[in-house]
Design a binder for this molecule. Structure first.
Ligand code: F0G
Length: 326
């Protein structure tokens, strides 16, 4: 069954009258991570959300938000975004036949994400200012009634995103002991907390990784100074018995490298904040831990290139190749 509405219709705010706008999101792999498990002394799994249609977890919420927008008869949607929400909104709006206006902080979104939203037909407007300022503007346009907001302040987004927790519970046969994930605006922390609560299979300790330097971090997807869901997200973490870890960029980058080189999973830097946060948590030996990898590494090819050795250029000569590679 393709798409989170098809798979979890009875647990989402849709009816038979809701036109389903889907790109086959969800049902993402839960990958065992044997080397990192050994290193951390736990049983670690990676929830690979980069496998979603536009390359990030945002698609789970966007299918619900866009379906409800179409049902409500709106003509245009709007979001402020560090890049992934914009790409997802662009794709689902195209699928729905709606207009998408996406606001991005100028100079702070990766090239791939800017191109992705544009290629999908969104109107991309870059704001001279921060993500937080762009979000204020988007909310104002939503209030004026010209556009419907599809940021995670739209409750349908959180509803869709909670389905990742359902998938984990089904695949593991219960909730994990620990769930680790990045913390930007906090919508996804809320979504997982709700998903596990609704699955009624036990609640994991939530370990959330935020950038210590929120306003300037190189993990551009989570460059958010004022998390919109701060109160609810930090409460959910506290009530779970877990913690928020504030991470220097170097720790996030090291976790990003480890995921790529030890497990073969290239996520974007922000997505590695969950693993970096696990590095700071006290984990019971043998605990079953799921780390959510929120977005695909190709979303930030600039960082990937910067962190890699320059390719060696040689003539198509076997001896030259052998010499260059030794
Ligand atoms: N990981 C990635 C790859 C993201 O793009 C985001 C948020 C997060 C984690 C944080 O999730 O905000 O629910 O705590 N990206 C938003 C965007 C801000 O515009 O794409 P959160």
């Amino acid at each position: 069954m393709h798409g989170v509405i098809a798979r979890y219709r009875d647990r989402l705010p849709v009816t038979a009258a809701t036109p389903v706008v889907s790109l086959g999101e969800g049902s993402t792999p839960l990958l065992a991570a044997p080397r990192l498990s050994d290193r951390l002394g736990v049983e670690l799994y990676l929830k690979w959300e980069g496998a979603n249609p536009t390359g990030s977890f945002k698609d789970r919420g966007m299918t619900v938000a866009m379906s409800k927008a179409l049902e409500a008869g709106v003509a245009a949607v709007i979001c402020a975004s560090t890049g992934n929400t914009a790409a997802s909104a662009a794709a689902y709006a195209a699928r729905a036949g709606l207009q998408a206006l996406v606001l991005q902080p100028h100079g702070a979104v990766t090239g791939a994400k800017v191109a992705q939203a544009g290629a999908l037909g969104a109107r991309v407007v870059q704001v001279r200012g921060s993500f937080d300022q762009a979000l204020v503007a988007a909310r104002t346009l939503d209030e004026r009634g010209t556009h419907v907001l599809v940021n995670s302040l739209n409750p349908h987004r959180i509803e869709g995103q909670k389905t990742a927790a359902f998938e984990i519970v089904e695949e593991l046969g219960g909730a994990p002991d620990v769930l680790a994930l990045p913390y930007g605006g906090g919508g996804n922390v809320r979504a997982y907390a709700r998903g596990f609560a609704e699955a009624a299979a036990g609640s994991p300790l939530l370990v959330a990784g935020e950038a210590a330097e929120r306003a300037t971090t190189l993990a551009s997807a989570i460059r958010i100074a004022e998390p919109a869901h701060a109160d609810e997200a930090t409460r959910a973490v506290r009530e779970s018995g877990g913690r928020v870890a504030s991470l220097p960029d170097e720790e996030i980058l090291q976790a990003w490298r480890d995921l790529a080189r030890e497990e073969g999973v290239l996520c974007e830097p922000s997505s590695a904040a969950g693993l970096a946060a696990l590095g700071r948590a006290e984990l019971a030996p043998g605990a079953r831990v799921v780390c959510v990898l929120t977005g695909h590494g190709l979303k930030d090819s600039e960082t990937a290139a910067r962190e890699s050795a320059e390719p060696i250029v040689v003539d198509p000569d076997p001896d030259a190749i052998a010499e260059a590679s030794s």
